[in-house]
Design a protein around this ligand. Structure first.
Ligand code: SAH
Length: 218
């Protein structure tokens, strides 16, 4: 595992450092996020055949018509999540490869992540365990409903595009908590939003236009 984690050639630390420079050039400023991404072996979260492309700033297929998000988008969402102080308890909807969950595990105290496709859930869970990330808890379920038993969360991050904002996710936010979510139909303009739950209601900010695989109910 150690050799695998270190990587060689196209998965070496030098190649990873180059990705981090790209992210900086593209406007990512949060050093906590950049440093955590620099250390995280993204090539282990994709198929071996794609490992040499793992440190390009692109989304990559992970099977079952799903993708591991583009590093820039992962960085942007994680930066938005930390923008107002480090949340303790974070819920992720859409575990996929487990990459975003692994990144969060290095930055916050406790991560909960929900995936609806069983093989992806199994694979991600195994990899997260292999990497020794004991502060991540995985669940196989429809994440549209959140994960009630551990609510409220200081932050929720949704890594698939929702046609509209799931109300149950807003309800599972603590006061002052934030939801980072791409909203919009598939093949249409999607916007990455931050919603903050305040005592008075919900505040909404747009981060940027994005393209995500859809959040599927059931
Ligand atoms: N965060 C992932 C990105 C995965 S792509 C990563 O770092 O690799 C989005 C994922 O959301 C897919 O795996 C998809 O199966 C999952 N998904 C879509 N709708 C969902 C739902 N309703 N509940 C849980 N997961 C869902």
């Amino acid at each position: 595992m150690e050799n695998q984690t270190e990587g060689i050639g196209m998965t070496s630390q030098r190649t990873r450092d180059r990705l981090i420079r790209r992210l900086r050039e593209k406007g990512i400023r949060d050093n906590r996020v950049l440093e955590a991404m620099r250390m995280l072996p993204r090539h282990l979260f994709v198929d071996e055949a794609l490992a040499t492309r793992a440190y390009e700033d692109d989304a990559l297929p992970i099977g079952h018509k799903q993708t591991i998000s583009q590093p820039y988008i992962v960085a942007r969402m994680t930066e938005a999540l930390l923008a107002d102080g480090v949340p303790k308890k974070v819920l992720e909807i859409g575990t996929g490869s487990g990459y975003q969950a692994a990144l969060l595990a290095h930055l916050v105290e406790q991560v909960y992540t929900v995936e609806r496709i069983e093989p992806l859930y199994q694979q991600a869970r195994k990899l997260l365990m292999k990497l020794g990330l004991r502060n991540v808890r995985c669940k196989l379920s429809d994440g549209t409903w959140g994960w009630e038993s551990y609510a409220p969360y200081d932050a929720i991050i949704v890594t698939a595009a929702a046609p509209e904002i799931p109300q149950s996710l807003l309800q599972q936010l603590a006061i002052g908590g934030r939801l980072i979510i791409p909203v919009g139909a598939q093949h249409e303009a999607q916007q990455l939003l931050t919603l903050v739950r305040t005592k008075e209601g919900i505040e909404q900010h747009k981060l940027e236009d994005v393209v995500f695989v859809p959040l599927v109910s059931g």
